[in-house]
Design a protein around this ligand. Structure first.
Ligand code: HEC
Ligand code: HEC
Length: 412
């Protein structure tokens, strides 16, 4: 009797310091706080999305810098537990090595089915107030991040099951406590943490950024650029901020909310959905924003992801139809279709909603890079123009970002 009691006591004592089996978190984080604060930008920030979170769902004491929330968001982002059959995480379709896009025309969901559209690269969304997705159907990042989890093709998990799983999963209660002040696990907190992590993915460290920091002027030649890269940059930005150019759609303006003012040349990305003439609108294809607003004026309009890291995010466009940047440029050169909603900046006649006040691409001065000014549709480009534009677009790759350990998979 007594020896059994002693033996179990000894057994208990030897077991006590060891974690109960299965209670170790599956993820590994470094000790201490990880700094997710957004890096400084040469031209400051526009009025894009909030850098820190709205406080509505944050009991005291909140996490003022957002670091703990972003850390929790990082774990959630990489956790396949958020999909029905535990195979698929956000990172399955948003891979860090590919600038948070994937390499498929359409992504593969948790049970092998394909998504309707190409995965969007994630970068600099702290600068973007919404709308989100190719068709702008989501108004905020907190709303957006819950959608893939519940999407029947992407992750297929209902939110109640998600919460039950997270509540019984070792390690999460502590991450929620650090991020929100107490260990309650609820849906708004999951959304807030995921959104915070997504906002933390910011890019400022490409060769382009270094050149811009040196000259402070996007139209000056960058000393570290080759002639081809500098020429590609001139083609991309056109003669002036008022002229129709690649930049007029793919670079934000100083007053982001109204999309007005001079270009803010470190802010690649667009806030509006536009029609870039991928299709002529006659066949019943993806209507993009038009299917969301049910307005024919929005037919075939899409929001392009940021062109930062574009060399890493092939294939291109909402349906991944172009495998290479050269295919994209051949399209802009002679493949643009006369969709009734084609944006004026590409030579269309549709003036609504583009914020471009009816200006046509042949407005403004013609000069050395005359190939970008045209009275037809699209931007006719020679093979040298295309090569130089590609050389320029490749300078937007941020090699630090794709290797940054703060964004890496903590389950490895
Ligand atoms: C199965 C692949 C897949 C998974 C898993 C997935 N996504 Fe996506 N993601 C996509 C696709 C495809 C789109 C574009 C969808 C559309 O516009 O219709 C997208 C769009 C986005 C965008 C929009 C970016 C923008 O600029 O508007 C963000 C942010 C995003 N996903 C984050 C996430 C997060 C966070 C998760 C995990 C909770 C996640 N994704 C899971 C494929 C996926
Ligand atoms: C009228 C505005 C407009 C102009 C001008 C414009 N684009 Fe685009 N661009 C878009 C839109 C909208 C999309 C997304 C279209 C879609 O997928 O349906 C896009 C998509 C792209 C993509 C693919 C992005 C991705 O992640 O798949 C690249 C690359 C690109 N554009 C480069 C350029 C270049 C280079 C120029 C100049 C030659 C240019 N664009 C001119 C509006 C424009």
């Amino acid at each position: 009797m007594r020896s059994i009691a002693v033996r179990s006591l000894i057994a208990l004592l030897t077991l006590a310091p060891m974690p109960v089996l299965g209670q170790e978190p599956r993820f590994h984080l470094p000790d201490g706080t990880i700094d997710y604060r957004l890096p400084k930008r040469v031209f400051g920030r526009g009025c894009g999305g909030p850098a820190s979170l709205p406080e509505g769902n944050a009991p005291q004491p909140p996490d003022p810098s957002g670091n703990e929330r972003a850390t929790l968001g990082r774990v959630l982002f990489h956790d396949p537990l958020l999909s029905k059959n535990r195979t698929t995480s956000c990172a399955t379709c948003h891979r860090q090595s590919l600038a948070f896009a994937d390499d498929r025309a359409r992504s593969r969901g948790f049970d092998g089915r394909s998504t309707a559209r190409n995965s969007m690269a994630i970068v600099d969304l702290a600068e973007h107030d919404g709308p989100f997705f190719w068709d702008g159907r989501s108004p905020s990042l907190e709303d957006m991040v819950l959608r893939p989890i519940q999407d029947p093709i992407e992750m297929g998990l209902d939110l109640d099951t998600m919460l039950a799983r997270l509540r019984s999963e070792p390690g999460y209660a502590e991450l929620f406590r650090r991020a929100f002040g107490d260990p309650t696990i609820d849906t708004p907190r999951v959304a807030a943490a995921l959104a915070m992590f997504v906002r933390a993915i910011a890019s400022v460290d490409s060769r382009y950024d270094r050149g811009l920091a040196v000259t402070g002027d996007v139209r000056a030649a960058f000393p570290d650029f080759s002639d081809a890269e500098n020429r590609g940059k001139r083609l991309f930005f056109g003669q002036s901020d008022e002229q129709a150019s690649c930049a007029s759609c793919h670079v934000r303006r100083m007053r982001t909310c109204t999309n007005a003012g001079p270009l803010r040349p470190d802010a690649f990305g667009s806030d509006e959905c536009t029609n870039n003439g991928l299709d002529d609108g006659r066949r019943p294809l993806d209507l993009g924003q038009g299917a969301v607003t049910k307005r024919s004026a929005d037919a075939g309009k899409f929001r392009a992801p940021s062109l930062r890291n574009i060399a890493l995010t092939a294939p291109y466009m909402h349906d991944g139809r172009f495998a290479t940047l050269d295919e994209v440029l051949r399209f802009y050169s002679h493949g643009v279709k006369e969709h009734p909603r084609l944006d004026v900046r590409l030579g269309g006649t549709s003036a609504d909603g583009s914020g471009w006040a009816g200006r046509r691409p042949d407005d403004g001065p013609t000069a050395t890079t005359a190939s970008m000014t045209t009275s037809t549709i699209g931007f006719p480009l020679t093979s040298r123009d295309r090569a130089d534009l590609i050389a320029f677009l490749e300078t937007l790759t941020d090699h630090e970002l794709v290797h940054d350990p703060r964004f890496a998979d903590p389950f490895r």
